[in-house]
Write a protein of this length. Structure first.
Length: 389
């Protein structure tokens, strides 16, 4: 039996230009994600997309798995293609859905007739097919309100499609419809989740990681790449900048008061990230900060790191607690990697009593012996780029 994939797009509230941008980005994203699986064709009618495999080896199961991870999709299902005749529909539907129907108790049939010349009207199709299914699967009952399965028949121009329930799509907006931002990625649990959440709102992602060898190891860097691979399943290819941060941390250790180490380190990260963002055409930064989680994530601390940024800093986790974040981390299969025990630069030279309520002007004072411009130049000149997907 020939199968296709039906895709319903999401965010129906979008209108006008936004809507057509949404649709063309979504089609491109679907094409890119399914391309490695073989040849296929995508067509569109109303808010449904039809993915029709053209090569025999096209793996529909793998395709469905991938479609389930593409943002901008509200729902999707596999469907069987059959000849546009009453006999063929009544013959194919019980065969195609046999396994599913055997395992369920209640059903109803819905029919959609795009081709109005089809001899039966929608209620008649429902009645005929309902009768056949009841006969073929005597354990089944009809339930029009809350059936276990809705068997849907669509009569279109060149064929009829038969399907069972839709699966829920990943939701959100197609990646790329909201522009591009830099995710500041550590090896922890939070930042990959933050990247995933912003990709869901339509952002393409670049990534920045600060590494402090020899205090941080090559394994820590590998871990970050592994985490980005997990995010890229949803966001598409990520350009990663690994920024050398050792000199900056050593200078902070040598020239700044200890209780300000973390705040100054974070201000340096933000300054450098803004420059990289601008060079890469990114309109904002994304971090995994969550209010109150650690010393540098109090509102006064966030305010002194924000004050060195001249582009928006998005913090999608700001109001989430750890348990909620961990749920998303597991959902994107990042958690097991995130908890591998490699040092991050944030844990190098951690002060015993970090400042949590810095007042305006205090950080500037604490930084006065740093040659900030030189340190930034050295860091930017030492960047290594990678492409992760
Ligand atoms: P995470 O779980 O993402 O590591 P965290 O709870 O450990 O976050 P911090 O260490 O304070 O919190 O870091 C806050 C945010 O700063 C991170 O979510 C990340 O966006 C960014 N960040 C921290 N360390 C690095 C790093 N080495 N390179 C790039 N960004 C970093
Ligand atoms: Mg961390």
């Amino acid at each position: 039996m020939k199968e296709i994939i039906l895709i319903k797009d999401g965010e129906l509230a979008l209108k006008g230009l936004n809507r057509s941008n949404f649709e063309s980005k979504l089609v491109n994203n679907i094409k890119r994600r399914l391309k490695p699986l073989g040849e296929f064709k995508i067509s569109r009618a109303q808010s449904t997309m039809y993915v029709e495999p053209l090569s025999d080896d096209f793996d529909v199961d793998e395709a469905l798995d991938r479609v389930g991870k593409i943002f901008g999709i509200a729902g999707y299902s596999r469907a069987c293609v059959c000849e546009k005749s009453v006999e063929s529909i009544l013959d194919t539907a019980p065969k195609y859905l046999a396994e599913t129907l055997s395992a369920l108790k209640t059903f109803k049939v819905e029919a959609k007739r795009a081709d109005k010349s089809f001899p039966l009207k929608s209620p008649e199709i429902c009645r005929e097919l309902g009768g056949v299914l009841l006969e073929r699967f005597p354990h089944l009952k009809v339930d029009v309100h809350a059936p276990d399965i809705v068997v849907t028949v669509e009569i279109r121009d060149f064929a009829a499609y038969i399907r069972g329930n839709q699966q829920k799509g990943a939701g959100g907006l197609p990646v790329g419809t909201s522009g591009k931002a830099e995710i500041l990625i550590s090896g922890g649990i939070d930042s990959p989740v933050a990247g995933y959440m912003m990709a869901k709102r339509g952002l393409s992602l670049n990534a920045i990681h600060f590494a402090s060898p020899p205090y941080t190891s090559a394994l820590a860097e590998e871990k970050v790449k592994k985490l980005l691979e997990k995010v890229s399943v949803y966001s598409g290819t990520i350009k990663l900048a690994v920024v050398p941060f050792t000199e900056i941390q050593e200078q902070i250790r040598d020239k700044c008061p200890e209780d300000f180490f973390t705040l100054i380190m974070r201000r340096m990260m933000m300054r450098i990230s803004c420059i990289i963002a601008r060079n890469d055409g990114c309109l904002g930064l994304v971090t995994g900060e969550s209010l109150g989680q650690v010393a540098s994530q109090t509102l006064p601390a966030i305010s002194v790191t924000d004050s060195v940024c001249d582009i928006p800093v998005l913090r999608p986790l700001i109001g989430m607690d750890k348990e909620e974040i961990v749920t998303v981390s597991r959902h994107i299969d990042a958690f097991e990697t995130s908890i591998l025990p490699y040092e991050d630069c944030c844990t190098v030279f951690t002060p015993k009593h970090p400042h949590t309520r810095p007042k305006p002007g205090q950080c500037e004072k604490a930084e006065e012996f740093l040659d900030i411009d030189l340190l930034i130049d050295n860091a930017i000149n030492g960047i290594t780029y990678y492409y992760i997907d």
